[in-house]
Design a protein around this ligand. Structure first.
Ligand code: NAD
Length: 357
């Protein structure tokens, strides 16, 4: 099928993207290319050993390390990191990790305009967007700014090899969710649709191989390729019901990010299947079922993804409030967001049942 549209507008940020096994060893060249010489290296506490490895890779181009990145980008931590960046006179940021570490780099860049090099170690895709979600006093606010967009992305499959298998699966479904919703986005372009299909194809083909052998560097590289494509789609178009549901469940019920995406995706896509039949056809074809929601449900089962919200800690008694919140201020969606239908969707997702037709 063709992704041609009669009218569309596309604007692409100037981002340098490099792929290659061991590409992290070119880091100093990338720092110099930005005309910088004092990198601040960022990770989570769990990946502090990677910060040490990167500091040694950077040699005298490393000005310091900050290993306090946390999920949901708490503003207090970002401010601490900004103060440290100023103390050490950092002139660029090197964020190695998943969406949490990338988020910290973006939060520092927003406040300082320092250029960012991101080395992703999950498939979340944040490195490819100008979007930042920050948390303060328990409230998560999402903002977009050109200052937030990372300048350089280095995809090195050796770094994603350590991603535990369970997280590999949920992170991959998190990425697929960006592409799936990108297919029916109001402001999609032919290029975002092409990228969405190719990104999902990469995961469909490579994820099962990674599960057989998590050290298969070729398969890991292909999943990173999928992450780049799906993340780029997320950065280019507006997201709809699926992302709204996940933000509600994460923000108000503290459910884990990638796992929630994995469980909700088949249900959200099934909800929109009739309203976006043509747009979702490539997804149904890729995953081999007439019904796109069922196709994703079966794929998720085949890769041993978590299938039920109750397994993530959501109580059945929370479902009414979750439906109320998800139906309030909805994002644009191909099918109107109706509170009672969302309540039914959530019931099926909570129980781990197949998505409603
Ligand atoms: P994460 O960054 O929170 O990582 C989860 C844990 O896994 C951390 O402890 C991390 O150190 C560890 N980890 C990461 N890579 C690893 C590896 N290769 N080996 C071993 N351990 C590893 O998880 P995530 O799902 O990548 O990111 C979630 C966050 O990103 C959320 O806050 C979400 O809102 C945000 N996000 C933002 C965007 C955006 O465009 N702004 C897009 C996607 C996700």
């Amino acid at each position: 099928m063709s992704f041609f549209r009669d009218e569309f507008a596309a604007q692409w940020p100037a981002v340098r993207v490099r792929f290659g096994v061991g590409i992290r060893h070119d880091l100093v060249a990338e720092i110099k290319r930005l005309d910088c010489r004092r990198a601040l290296i960022l990770t989570t506490p769990e990946q502090a050993h990677i910060a040490a490895e990167f500091a040694s890779l950077c040699g005298d181009h490393a000005a310091g390390t900050f290993t306090g990145a946390r999920m949901h980008t708490p503003v207090a931590i970002s401010e601490e990191a900004v103060a440290y960046a100023r103390d050490i006179a950092a002139d660029c940021l090197v964020a190695i990790g998943g969406g949490s570490t990338t988020g910290l780099g973006k939060a520092i860049a927003l406040r300082t305009d320092l250029p960012q090099i991101v080395v992703p170690t999950t498939y979340a895709g944040s490195e490819a967007t100008a979007i930042l979600g920050e948390t303060e006093d328990g409230v998560k606010t999402t903002l977009t700014s050109p200052k937030i967009q990372p300048e350089v992305i280095l995809y090195d499959a050796e770094l994603v090899r350590t991603l535990p298998v369970a997280m590999t699966v949920t992170s991959a479904l998190n990425a697929i969710a960006h592409a799936a919703e990108g297919l029916y986005a109001q402001n999609r372009t032919p290029l975002t649709s092409l990228m969405a299909v190719e990104g999902m194809r990469a995961f469909r083909d490579a994820l099962p191989r990674v599960l057989v052998n998590p050290d298969d560097l070729r398969a890991r590289a292909e999943t990173l390729y999928g992450a780049w494509l799906c993340g780029t789609v997320l950065g280019q178009v507006g997201m709809a019901l699926h992302h709204k549901l996940c933000h509600t469940l994460g923000g108000s019920f503290d459910l884990p990010h990638a796992e929630t995406h994995a469980v909700v995706l088949p249900h959200a896509i099934a909800y929109n299947a009739a309203a976006a039949r043509d747009e979702l056809r490539p997804l149904a074809e890729l995953f081999g079922d007439d019904q796109p929601g069922m196709a994703l449900y079966r794929f998720a089962q085949s890769v041993n993804a978590p299938m039920a919200l109750h397994g993530l800690g959501l109580k059945e008694s929370d479902l009414d409030r979750a439906a109320d919140l998800a139906a309030k201020n909805p994002y644009w969606n191909p099918r109107p967001v109706e509170r009672d239908a969302i309540r039914q969707l959530l019931q099926a997702a909570w129980a781990g049942e197949p998505p409603l037709a």
